[in-house]
Ligand binder design. Structure first.
Ligand code: GGG
Length: 361
């Protein structure tokens, strides 16, 4: 029986559709959230719709309003579409919108689950769907994204640009403790940490040392170290030998795109930027960007944003709704209702309608 609305659990979600295909995939996902709310009746969401995007930047000169922290803080989660516009350099749009939220809200863990869904073909012929089930944990606030560096002698032949990768003991400790808790909760109890400490002899060596110190706190988890270059080969050739993977901000960003491609398409890969302390709202988004080449054509794959929506519901504790949504996504893929990035002929509307039909059953 559907509980009456006064018994329903209530959440406040900030919605930032952003740029390009972001509004399309967020719009599709909100339709499913609405259908789940009405069907289950166990929760109600109050949305704050925010127009923080490149269009706002063109009109008002800023992606974020000055009081953006105050606006976002009271929410239980942030549901984010995509950022990136052909007329704005990517380093500006990213640093004006997404990165301040990750850094100021201490969303230091970025979770990127990867699985091959039934009905979806991996480009690698040696891979069966069961052989790949990874949880990629990306350090999300420091490393190569610390924002430290600069340029001098601009325009001169001897111009210099530096980009410092900052690693702190505290930052490494907290991402490893979080990654180990995840590894412990999974059946394989296996964690691979990724590094480049053969060539990078300061920050990456600190990363290794702290990793082994934290490993000693989790004796039930088997730990191994991989250099990032060798890791790309292993992901392709021995996917079944990996489970929980933890890597720096930049390394994990690159490895998770590879992971998504191996799983069939970046159009299905979700990312959760988590503040594990729950002091600040966490952000749920796709791995992919704004894809301006297909924006407005109605063919964007909504599954990455929808899967992020599933992870948002899990974070809120709405397991029943999360399971129903994920099963609907998996069933629709298995039935071959796929967008062109997965080799299908369906559009965003068709995939969304098919998923909606399953969650209201
Ligand atoms: N849907 C997330 C998004 O738009 N990401 C854009 C992007 O380029 N992110 C870079 C990063 O996460 O490192």
């Amino acid at each position: 029986s559907v509980p009456n609305s006064s018994e329903a659990r209530r959440y406040k979600i900030a919605v930032i559709p952003g740029d390009g295909i972001g509004p399309e995939t967020i719009g599709a996902s909100l339709e499913i959230l609405q259908a789940l709310q009405e069907t289950l009746g166990s929760f109600q969401i109050e949305y704050t719709h925010l127009d923080w995007s490149s269009d706002r930047y063109f009109a008002q000169g800023k992606y974020l309003p000055d009081d953006w922290m105050t606006v976002l803080k009271p929410h239980d989660a942030i549901f984010f579409g995509a950022v990136g516009h052909p007329k704005v350099p990517d380093h500006i749009s990213l640093w004006e919108l997404l990165l301040p939220i990750r850094q100021r809200f201490q969303q230091y863990a970025n979770l990127r689950p990867t699985r091959i869904m039934r009905g979806v073909d991996s480009p690698l012929k040696n891979i069966s769907p069961e052989s790949l089930d990874w949880m990629l944990v990306r350090e999300n606030t420091e490393g190569e994204y610390a924002g430290q560096g600069g340029r001098t002698h601009i325009g001169q032949p001897w111009e210099v640009g530096t980009e410092l990768a900052i690693f702190t003991r505290q930052g490494i400790e907290r991402i490893f403790r979080f990654a180990y808790q995840i590894a412990e909760s999974r059946s394989k109890k296996h964690l691979t940490f990724v590094t480049k400490s053969n060539a990078q002899r300061s920050g990456m060596v600190l990363w290794d040392e702290v990793a082994w110190q934290i490993a000693a706190e989790f004796p039930h988890v088997k730990t191994e170290k991989m250099l990032v270059d060798a890791m790309t080969v292993r992901m392709v050739h021995k996917p079944e030998s990996l489970d929980t993977i933890v890597a720096t901000n930049l390394h994990a960003d690159i490895l998770s795109d590879l992971a998504a491609a191996i799983a069939g398409s970046i159009g299905i890969a979700p990312a959760s930027s988590i503040d594990p302390t729950r002091q600040y709202p966490s952000t749920f988004e796709s791995v992919h960007g704004s894809a301006p080449d297909i924006a407005g054509r109605g063919i964007a794959n909504p599954i990455a944003t929808m899967w992020a929506g599933v992870e948002m519901l899990r974070w809120l504790g709405e397991e029943v709704a999360a399971d129903a949504w994920m099963k609907a996504i998996e069933d629709v893929c298995a039935e071959g209702v796929l967008t062109p990035d997965l080799g299908g002929k369906e559009d965003t509307r068709g995939v969304t309608d098919a998923i909606r039909a399953k969650v209201i059953k």
